[in-house]
Design a protein around this ligand. Sequence first.
Ligand code: ADP
Length: 494
Amino acid sequence: MFSSVRARLTFWYAGVLTCTLLLLSLVIYWIVKRSVMARTDAGLVELADSFLATLDAELSDATPANGVAAAARQSMLEHQYPGHSFAVLTPIGQKLAASEDLPAATRENRRTEPSPRISPEIVQSCLASLSSTETPFVTLPGRRGGTRCYVRSFTAARTDWRLMILASRHPESELLARLRVALGWLIPITIILASAGGYFLARKNLAPVADMTARANLISESTLHERLAVQNPADELGRLAATLNRLLDRLDLAFQRQRRFIADASHELRTPLAILQGESEVALSNPTRTPEEYRESLSALQHEARRLARIVEDMFTLSRADAGQYPVNRCELYLDELVAECAHSVRTLAAAKSITLSVEPNGELPVSGDESLLSRMLLNLLDNAIKYTPNGGKITVAARATPAGAQITVTDNGTGIPREFHSRIFERFFRADLARTRANSAPGSAGGAGLGLSIAKWIAEAHRGTLGLTRSDASGTVFTVTLPAEALISSPSD
Ligand code: ADP
């Protein structure tokens, strides 16, 4: 039952409301009880004042024969209130006069509220209780809420007396009982109504969650373009839906990229495979071929197989890099030496096109990095420079320390990259000039699949550095790699 947020919210809401209402009711009940009691006591004091005033007046009129007892009885006749009894007592508690001893005919209002009896036991228990309290009031327990007793000492005819007034607490207890009944009904009704309202509100407010769940369940790989409905972008659920939508955007983009990668990859693999297939079929179709013809076919097959192996290797590198599984093994190395080594290894390729390849001497440059990855990056850049520089061209490679870090530049005076492709050359499988690249992929050259720059960029970024196209126009192309300052190691000669 409590597996749904709605039910849990309602349960907690009802629980907190019940506790609050119970506390509130207790406080209200206590305040009402106190104020009713205070009102009764104030009434008793007023009654005593009025009674004693009447008694005084009676005594001043009275003849000595009548005395205090007669004056008291007369005052009692004038102070007949439902539920109230009067008694005038001697200081030791003997009854001189009591309202209940008046002749029945003279007593009024008996039916409205019976007046408490003033028996000697009651008088004694009242006086005994009062002797242990500081107030002149005491409550005597009994049926119908018990009795409130008030005693005041006074002097009349030069003698000390005590006036005792008993008030039935029945009206009070009835009022409190009515309050208890009212609260007893009100609390459960309020809780039931509020819980129903709370459940309804929770249901209404959480409806978008149910909607989101249903829609999210329908989104699959093929419907990644669909989005969740954002009902109110300003509230929490709206923000959640917007966040999930942004997540879907990213997933959609990643899936699109992956699909394009697979499509491009299969396209790239199809060409060398078709060549392999065609070449081998031609070689096998004619049994009377000379050994030179076989050698030529096998050399073409080998070239395509190498190209295929390189594309597969590059794709494997990128997919491992994407998955964060390509290890970057940093070690201390001299970047100037690495640059010289890479330049040396492509010297034959450059020489084949009569390209002058020079390394700018800038002194020692010790850095921390992955030697094999950095040389792969450099070889990709040099390979491109040689590929896209016409015969007799010039390529310069330089490594130097700058305030931004270690910087490597590869400059060629080749044909350059058309401006409209500058932003796309780092995309996977992108080639600015497909025809030109195809021409270069003729046997004997190392035609690429458009992955070289993507890999070089990833390597620079794996070293927390950057690879950028600094310039490319008709006068040539400059690529710059910057490894961050933290990669620089101060040389021992410093
Ligand atoms: P490829 O394997 O085709 O060389 P790259 O990712 O290395 O793929 O390069 C992407 C494209 O950028 C190339 O096809 C080429 O058009 C262009 N390019 C890269 N380097 C140079 C350069 N030095 N000069 C001119 N164009 C270049």
